[in-house]
Design a protein around this ligand. Structure first.
Ligand SMILES: [Zn+2]
Ligand SMILES: [Zn+2]
Length: 363
C-alpha cells in the first residue's frame, strides 16, 4: 500500500511545484490509478495562466489500475492491472443529462458550478489526487473508464481524448463519411485529431494553416491527410474550388485560436446544406456577419464541446487499429519534475514546436 506520492501541483499563476501528497486508503467503492502518461490540454494551459486555488492539473490520463474496491471493480468492469484511459468527467449518474447519456453536461462535473472533474479540482477536495500530473490518481466511484489495449504505445494512448473530440465533432455531429469533403481550420492538436477522425470515417480531408504552422501542415501530410493549404501563400477559396472541382465543402470545422476571419471563410467555402462546426472560443463578438448567406446555403452552424462515451470508444478503437502513425504527433514527453516546462511548452512559451505534449510521471 502506497502512503504518499509525488504530484506536480499548480500552486499559483504560471507556477507548479512538486509536492508529496497523501494517497487515500481504497474503500470497496473506489480505487487508485498508477498514472502512465498524461497529455497536456489547452484547458490545462488556461488554468496554468490564471490565478487558481492549488490543484493538480492534467485530465488526458492513461494508467494502470493499482487498487480497486470489490464493488467498484464490478461497477466499472475493471480489475487490478488493467490499462485504462480516463475521461475527465465525474458525473452524478442521476440527473437527466446523465440518464440520457449526455453526462458531459452534468452540473456535478462542471467546475463552474463547483462540480468536480479530473484536472480541475482543488487539493482541498478530499482526497486531493484529482489530476494526472501525479504518480497516482484517485479513482472516484463515478469515474468513467475505457480499457486501453496494452500494445498501444503510451504516447498514442495519450491522444485518446482529443481524438474523441474529433470523432464527436466530425463523425457524430458532422456525420463525416465517404464522399464528403471536410475542411479543418487550425492544425493544432485538436485540429489534427479531428482530421484523423474524419479521415478514418472515409472523408476527403483538407487542413489549413498559416506560415507559423507550416511544420504542422507537413505533419498532417505525413499522417495521411489528403490536402494541406497555407492560407497566407494560397487563396483558400480558389484552392478549395480546385481540389473539390467546384463542389466545395460539406463539413467545415474552426478550431483556430483568436481571430474571427476563419468563421467568415468557413461560410464562404461551404456548399449548400453544409455544416459549419465551431469548436474554439473567440471571446469576442462578430460584426459584419452575413446571415443571408447562411439561409441561402441552408447551412447548419453547430457549437461543439467535449466527447461522449461512444466517441471515446471510437477514438480508442482507431488508435488500436494502428492505421495512422500517431506517435508523430507527440512533440515532447517530459518527466513529472518538468511539468512546469510541459505546460509552458504546450502554451507556446517553452520548448519549440509543440504539438501533443505529454508528461510521464514514472519516466
Ligand atoms: Zn482536455
Ligand atoms: Zn448528472
Amino acid at each position: 500500500m502506497v502512503e504518499k506520492c509525488l504530484a506536480a501541483v499548480a500552486v499559483d499563476k504560471n507556477k507548479t511545484a512538486l509536492m508529496e501528497v497523501q494517497v487515500p486508503m481504497v474503500s470497496e467503492n473506489d480505487g487508485l490509478l498508477k498514472v502512465e502518461i498524461v497529455g497536456v490540454c489547452g484547458t490545462d494551459v488556461s488554468y496554468y495562466n490564471k490565478e487558481i486555488e492549488p490543484k493538480i492539473l492534467g485530465h488526458h490520463v492513461v494508467g494502470y489500475i493499482e487498487e480497486v474496491g470489490e464493488i467498484a471493480s464490478k461497477n466499472w468492469g475493471v480489475m487490478k492491472g488493467d490499462r485504462v484511459v480516463m475521461e475527465e468527467y465525474i458525473p452524478c449518474g442521476q440527473c437527466e443529462f446523465c440518464r440520457t447519456g449526455e453526462y458531459r453536461a452534468c452540473l456535478a462535473t462542471d467546475p463552474k458550478y463547483q462540480g468536480i472533474r479530473y484536472g480541475a479540482t482543488p487539493l482541498t477536495e478530499s482526497p486531493s489526487l484529482y489530476g494526472g500530473f501525479s504518480q497516482y490518481m484517485y479513482l472516484h466511484p463515478n469515474a468513467v473508464f475505457h480499457k486501453m489495449p496494452k500494445h498501444v504505445p503510451a504516447v498514442e494512448a495519450a491522444i485518446t481524448l482529443p481524438l474523441a473530440n474529433g470523432f464527436e465533432w466530425m463523425c457524430i455531429e458532422g456525420e463525416a463519411d465517404p464522399g464528403k469533403v471536410v475542411l479543418i481550420q487550425g492544425p493544432g492538436q485538436q485540429g489534427l485529431a479531428c482530421a484523423i477522425a474524419a479521415k478514418y470515417a472515409g472523408a476527403e480531408v483538407i487542413v489549413t494553416g498559416r506560415n507559423t504552422s507550416s511544420h504542422r501542415l507537413e505533419l498532417a501530410k505525413q499522417i495521411g491527410i489528403d490536402h494541406i493549404i497555407n492560407i497566407q501563400t494560397t487563396d483558400l477559396y480558389e484552392a478549395v474550388h480546385e481540389i473539390t472541382k467546384g463542389k466545395m465543402v460539406d463539413i467545415i470545422l474552426d478550431v483556430t485560436s483568436g481571430g474571427l476571419e476563419p468563421i467568415k471563410s468557413a461560410i464562404k467555402v461551404a456548399r449548400k446544406n453544409a455544416k459549419v462546426i465551431l469548436g474554439a472560443f473567440k471571446y469576442q463578438t462578430l460584426s459584419e456577419f452575413d446571415i443571408d448567406e447562411i439561409i441561402q446555403k441552408t447551412l447548419k452552424i453547430i457549437g461543439v464541446r467535449g466527447h461522449s462515451y461512444k466517441s471515446v470508444s471510437m477514438a480508442r478503437d482507431c488508435i488500436a487499429s494502428n492505421k495512422f502513425p500517431l506517435s508523430l504527433l507527440n512533440s515532447h514527453n517530459y518527466p513529472l519534475e518538468k511539468t512546469d516546462l510541459a505546460l509552458k511548452t504546450a502554451g507556446g512559451i517553452g520548448d519549440p514546436r509543440p504539438l501533443l505534449v505529454t508528461v510521464s510521471p514514472w519516466l
